[in-house]
Design a protein around this ligand. Structure first.
Ligand code: 5GP
Ligand code: MG
Ligand code: MG
Length: 183
């Protein structure tokens, strides 16, 4: 494996750095307009949402706060089961706060449904979701996702926070991996 050219492992680039940044700029503007006069707490879901959080937050021209949660969903390999364990909880008391969950990707939405009901039980003023990517299956979930960067086909993508075996998170673009990477 040529460690110095990981971008070359992408067989198909779905979104370039420029596309991602411009979409995050649009989302930040929409969110700003919606939350005028209210304070915002962005809750990033580790580890995939690190890049989205960092860039989305920097597209805001107003104050906001950021906190993080790490959850692990029990499941086989690439599919989650909806059974979730908190690995790292929020440091913030969210009661009375306007919370926006920031995600990299929603596939089945099982992890997110669990997270929304968990956070809702802490009596926040509101809970909404912003995700950069959404897969088709997520359209069937009961939770309403207010802000979606892009709807994508049912393919396994990496880059911009999204990993394959903990690699490729540091790519600036998002794409699918060449078959040789899996073998
Ligand atoms: P869900 O509970 O929505 O099925 O699971 C979402 C999580 O599965 C994401 O946060 C991510 O960790 C992982 N995931 C789902 N689809 C993909 C994908 O296409 N690529 C990568 N790298 N991870 C994915
Ligand atoms: Mg995630
Ligand atoms: Mg992963």
């Amino acid at each position: 494996m040529d460690e110095s050219h990981i971008e070359g492992d992408l067989v198909n680039i779905l979104f370039t750095e420029e596309q991602i940044q411009s979409r995050l700029g649009e989302l930040a503007a929409e969110i700003e307009a919606e939350y005028e006069g209210k304070d915002i707490l962005l809750v990033g879901v580790l580890r995939g949402a690190v890049m989205v959080m960092a860039d989305l937050a920097r597209h805001f021209s107003r104050h906001l706060e950021m906190d993080w949660m790490a959850v692990s969903s029990y499941g086989s390999g690439t599919k989650s089961s909806g059974v979730v364990r908190i690995l790292k909880d929020l440091d913030t008391d969210i009661s009375g706060r306007h919370v926006i969950i920031v995600e990299d990707i929603i596939d089945t939405g099982l992890t997110l449904s669990w997270l929304v009901s968990n956070l809702t039980s802490r009596a926040p003023a509101s809970v909404e979701i912003c995700t950069l990517l959404r897969k088709p299956e997520a359209l069937q979930m009961s939770v309403d996702v207010k802000w979606v960067g892009y709807d994508i086909p049912n393919e396994f993508v990496v880059g911009y926070g999204l990993d394959y075996a903990e690699r490729y998170r540091n790519l600036r673009s998002i794409g699918t991996l060449a078959p040789h990477v899996y073998s």
